[in-house]
Ligand binder design. Structure first.
Ligand SMILES: [Zn+2]
Length: 330
């Protein structure tokens, strides 16, 4: 294939034969010569010059020469001396033409890739649509959660996520009373931590509005739909098609991210995890409001008032450690 010409280094006559259909028996004159294809420098002098001098083949064995093409499209070899003396070829000039050829080849490869991908345009548009509706659904659920919880709790969750501080702990106080060696009574107060657990499921969904997913998906779809449906694209159309198709890498990233965020949100909404949010602040009123929100989100009814619910948590905590004092962990 033409692409391999770019990358394969030509070191032997066998290399030349594997990459070109060489007409080894043919000799040629300046009049038959059309264009150079590529220079080569072989390890051994094993290529035979096919240029015709004084009515016969030069036949000089050489290392350094050129593959050239004749008007009848046959490909032949010429040593660098004959090439310079009779065709005026030098490396720089031939390389320049070779690069030109490669550029055309690259363009063709590019076109082929784009046209192949374009045959899947409709399914790509469907994917963008699906990602968009997944995004809408996630956004709806995330904003329902965040608008249910007290605003302060939303802010704290955001901070916790950003600083990756996910443990929720409160302290309880232990008072030790006794009599020292001199018979003097003493009292020691120490605070000890108790962990309520670790928050799960925090993520980008907490600030989905600040992401540009929707905009990007809209742009992707617009660009895909703007590509003409005809089979042969001109260069400008090819370029914009290529840009649209390059977006598809980003689409895959967005698809993955939306899926991951939906999973995180599900984890966050697990009852045990949602309960933890009640312990994010110390204010009794704020905690009572959070209890209300948590039960609404879980679709559960409360048998007691939110305030009594909070009091019951604290009471159980105090009884567990036989303590009179508890406080939110620092
Ligand atoms: Zn020669």
């Amino acid at each position: 294939m033409t692409t391999s010409i770019e990358i394969v280094e030509l070191r032997t006559l066998a290399d030349l034969n594997s990459l070109y259909q060489l007409a080894a028996e043919c000799t040629f004159t300046k009049e038959q010569y059309r264009t150079p294809l590529r220079p080569y420098r072989l390890i051994k002098a094993e290529a035979s010059c096919q240029y015709q001098k004084h009515g016969r083949r030069c036949a000089q064995l050489h290392q350094h020469g050129y593959v050239v093409e004749l008007h009848d499209a046959s490909q032949v070899l010429i040593g660098n001396c004959c090439a310079l003396n009779h065709l005026g070829l030098d490396d720089e000039q031939v390389r320049g033409q070779f690069k030109q050829l490669s550029a055309t080849e690259r363009q063709n490869i590019r076109r082929h890739r784009v046209e192949t991908l374009l045959s899947q345009r409709q399914s790509l548009i469907e994917r963008v649509r699906a990602a968009n509706s997944k995004h809408r659904e996630l956004q709806g659920r995330a904003s329902e959660v965040l608008s249910s919880l007290p605003q302060r709790i939303g802010e704290l969750l955001n901070n916790r996520w950003k600083s990756n501080v996910l443990g929720i702990s409160w302290d309880y106080q232990v008072v030790k009373k006794g009599v020292d060696e001199k018979g003097k009574p003493y009292e020691e107060r120490h605070w000890y931590p108790h962990s309520f657990g670790t928050l799960k499921g925090l993520g980008v969904w907490l600030q989905l509005g600040g992401q540009r997913y929707q905009e990007r998906l809209f742009e992707m779809r617009k660009r895909l739909e703007a590509i003409p449906t005809k089979s042969r694209l001109n260069t400008a159309e090819l370029e914009s098609a290529e840009a649209a198709l390059n977006d598809m890498t980003e689409l895959a990233v967005i698809e993955r991210e939306l899926h991951a965020q939906a999973t995180l949100l599900n984890d966050f909404l697990e009852p045990g995890n949602l309960q933890l949010t009640v312990q994010l602040v110390s204010s009794h009123q704020a905690r009572a409001d959070t209890v209300k929100a948590v039960h609404r989100l879980l679709g559960q009814s409360l048998d007691v008032s939110p305030s009594q619910y909070v009091a019951a948590i604290d009471l159980a905590f105090k009884q567990r450690y036989s303590t009179g004092a508890i406080r939110i962990g620092s």
